[in-house]
Design a protein around this ligand. Structure first.
Ligand SMILES: *Cc1c(COP(=O)(O)O)cnc(C)c1O
Length: 380
């Protein structure tokens, strides 16, 4: 079986060595020594002044929205994981969807200004599949309209933009260290504040609002993470350069194998040292996408329709009586994009098998409707 992804795990002894220390100290959570060590390791590795480790990427987004005091409408992308939108709604704000650029798959800055109203407080944009957004254009719009910018950089570990970690962008960036991400701590995430003056407020918010053992500074939440999760992160951090190098090799192999006019790829922003976290392919149309997916599944290979459906279709984002936002580019891309398997120990022969099946399906003549090309027969 070839799944779309598989978590990287360090040698078990290395985890057990750190776990032995946890048993000795009996200090399991609450910003313990391993959490502090992981934060220091991440600061070093990513060359950042501040990075705050939290329970997951979703709580990171919620804290970011809260600490910036965002209200009203937040402009965001329909082409991301559900947490990008649900966090906005969870914080009592309204997501306003702006369509994506068909080449980069990121929010299209040329369409942002038309969506700004007197109620707009911020832009929450995803570096889709680790590809940096048009950061300069977004910063310009935000400055002109006095908006805050949050980057959902959940896919972007290891991506560098103009020589720096892309986490160093926006008023706040957040990321995820979930098991399915390139760098994982089982569950986990981080908040990277652009302004060092926000560090203290985020630290307190992450810890129930505690300013001291018996004092509180505003409403907080439990955004902490544990020593066990930090131990996984510390082990994996040693291997993340190897993981990134392998991802690059695997992308080169797919690029080489999948030369076909019917296969389009995401355009990576110039000035980017890309992390190759995912390998999305954009197929000619939805029937082709479903046919490729079905043929791969028949061979025990499981790509993923990622992201599908688009977030503007969620039933809780549109006020009653209104129609969902029109984002035709995102809807079109979502209907025919597939993320192919990529994980650290995916072998070149397995990639050949994946590519061979895709090319075989695309060789069959396309036809109106579902004609000669095999499709999934309506399976979800
Ligand atoms: C994974 C992901 C999240 C959520 O992160 P969790 O750590 O799973 O909460 C948010 N946004 C995007 C784009 C993601 O891919």
């Amino acid at each position: 079986m070839i799944p779309v992804t598989k978590p990287f795990l360090p040698p078990r002894e290395e985890y057990e060595t750190l776990a032995a220390g946890i048993w000795e100290r009996r200090y399991l959570t609450n910003h313990g020594p391993l959490v502090q060590q992981l934060e220091a390791g991440l600061r070093d590795k990513l060359d950042l002044d501040h990075i705050l480790y939290v329970g997951n990427g979703t709580v990171a987004l919620q804290i970011a929205i809260r600490v910036l005091g965002l209200q009203g409408e937040i402009i965001t992308t329909p082409f991301s994981y559900v947490a990008t939108t649900s966090s906005i709604v969870w914080q009592g704000c309204r997501p306003v969807f702006v369509d994506i650029d068909p080449r980069t798959l990121n929010i299209d800055p040329a369409k942002i200004e038309a969506a700004i109203t007197p109620h707009t407080s911020a832009i929450v944009a995803t570096h889709c599949f680790g590809n940096p957004c048009d950061i300069e254009a977004i910063a310009g719009i935000a400055a002109r309209h006095n908006l805050r910018v949050i980057y959902d950089a959940a896919h972007a570990f290891g991506t560098r933009y103009q020589g720096k970690s892309v986490f160093a962008q926006g008023d706040i960036s957040i990321t995820s260290f979930h098991a399915t991400k390139l760098f994982q701590t089982v569950e986990g995430g981080a908040i990277i504040p652009g302004d060092p003056d926000r560090v203290l407020a985020i630290r307190r918010m992450r810890n129930f609002g505690h300013a001291g053992p018996e004092t509180f500074d505003g409403v907080g939440i439990n955004g902490k993470n544990s020593e066990f999760h930090a131990a996984m992160g510390l082990c994996n951090l040693k291997y993340v350069d190897a993981v990134l190098a392998t991802r690059k090799r695997q992308a080169d192999i797919y690029n080489e194998l999948l030369q076909h006019p019917g296969i389009r790829r995401q355009q990576i922003r110039p000035g980017t040292d890309y992390n190759h976290a995912y390998y999305p392919v954009i197929l000619p149309d939805e029937p082709a996408c479903l046919a490729v997916k079905a043929a791969l599944e028949d061979a025990d290979i499981f790509p993923r329709r990622y992201f599908y459906p688009i977030l503007s279709q969620l039933d809780y984002v549109t006020p009653a009586g209104e129609k969902p936002a029109e984002v035709p580019v995102a809807a079109d891309i979502a209907s025919r994009i597939l993320c192919l398997p990529v994980y650290h120990d995916l072998a070149p022969e397995e990639q050949q098998k994946v590519a061979g099946i895709i090319l075989q399906v695309l060789k069959q003549p396309a036809s109106a409707g579902d004609g000669s090309r095999r499709n999934s027969g309506g399976k979800p």
